[in-house]
Design a protein around this ligand. Structure first.
Ligand code: NAD
Length: 353
């Protein structure tokens, strides 16, 4: 019997990474699963030996057996389900983004404060093993003050369709879906400086390119290309109160030669390039040197990072440590993302209070 009884809400594509990670953790017992589509939940329940199946998350939350939940539903239900779970006395691991709007984010934060329960935001990239290595260099001061970062996730063809492409349910396109990962990672590694202002642009030029053949990409469990109300690509400049800045560009559709990923941070003593593999750059004895850490996973290990994220959540629930991805970090990110969308809509820089 595990020490922590866990329920999963939203059993689509990414939930498999959560389920695999929980199944590997000996402290966990998976006791409940919920999806709007009962067959989907039934199939996972069979695979992972989960006794209780629901189609209404409220019924799952009524179960006194469930102590913690993973929320892997569409973005428009993250806030509602998080608040209900916290108020039902459960700890929560909520997939990114925390929610769609700043008002929702503040409501979730209030529920965390009032219940004293834990909410961890699903910033899986923070849990990559190469980030743990880099963090040691940063914390030891070896990069100095980090004053500039560049984050880019370009998909030439990669609109996941379904709810992801429906602004009502997703809150937006590549900015809120994949931009959130790399903006958060830079912000975290920069020491979470206070944001001062943002200036952003969004484009709807290519649509979802659903006519393209012979090219695979990540799809929502209920893939449907007929609706697309989100941006194709976004770029932004984020300024921080300490003078640091972060440039970002992300796309679901772009006439790019290839898909690409870049997360670079630059300090006054050294820099680091995180994608595709970790490399640290500095100088010694008047010579520039590139340091290539000799580690088993120099790049982003998808399932391995989910395993570490879930183990971290479980140990946070068991009181072994504080979560490294608290609700406040979700709130700050929603403020940044919403301000970028506002800046793009109004064509001006937006100050963040
Ligand atoms: N951390 C990552 O790298 C990563 C990757 C992909 C997706 N995500 C996030 O995970 C979440 C889910 O994404 P996905 O790709 O699995 O989507 P998906 O469409 O494949 O799955 C979502 C599932 O949630 C179910 N659902 C929706 N509303 C529900 C509700 N109210 N109650 C119960 N079930 C409900 C749907 O039926 C579906 O099965 C999103 O928030 C997304 O941003 C994170």
């Amino acid at each position: 019997m595990g020490e922590l009884k866990v329920g999963l809400i939203g059993n689509g594509s990414i939930s498999e990474c959560h389920l695999q990670a929980y199944a590997l953790n000996p402290k966990v017992e998976l006791v409940a699963i919920c999806d709007l589509q009962e067959d989907r939940a039934r199939e996972s329940a069979r695979k992972y030996n989960i006794p209780h199946i629901y189609t209404d998350y409220r019924e799952l939350l009524e179960s006194p057996d469930v102590q913690a939940v993973s929320i892997c539903t569409w973005n428009n239900s993250h806030a509602e389900i998080s608040v209900a779970a916290l108020r039902a006395g459960k700890n929560v691991l909520c997939e990114k983004p925390l929610c769609k709007t700043v008002d929702e984010a503040l409501e979730v934060e209030r529920a965390v404060r009032e219940t004293g329960k834990l909410l961890q935001v699903g910033y899986v990239r923070r849990h990559a093993s190469n980030i743990a290595v880099l963090k040691k260099f940063i914390d030891a001061g070896e990069l100095g003050d980090i004053y500039f970062a560049k984050a880019s996730l370009i998909r030439r063809l990669g609109n996941p369709g379904g709810w992801f492409a429906d602004k009502e349910r997703s809150g937006g396109g590549p900015l809120i879906d994949i931009g959130v990962h790399v903006i958060d990672l830079c912000w975290y590694l920069m020491g979470k400086p206070k944001v001062k202002s943002v200036s952003g642009n969004t484009y709807n030029k290519l649509g979802n390119r659903s006519h393209i053949e012979n090219y695979d990409f990540y799809k929502a469990a209920d893939y449907d290309a007929s609706l697309n109300t989100v941006e194709d690509m976004a770029n932004a400049l984020i300024r921080f109160e300490n003078g640091a800045s972060l440039m970002v560009d992300v796309s679901f559709s772009l006439h790019a030669k290839d898909n690409s990923a870049m997360v670079n941070i630059y300090g006054d003593k050294g820099g680091a390039e995180i994608e595709p593999v970790l490399s640290i750059v500095t100088e010694r004895h008047n010579t520039i040197i590139n340091i290539d850490p000799q580690i088993s996973t120099p790049g982003f290990d998808f399932q391995g990072s989910f395993n570490t994220e879930i183990n971290h959540f479980v140990d946070s629930c068991l009181g072994l440590h504080e979560t490294s991805c608290p609700v406040e970090d979700g709130v700050e990110m929603i403020k940044i993302l919403n301000a970028i969308y506002q800046s793009a809509a109004e064509g001006r820089e937006i100050e963040i209070k």
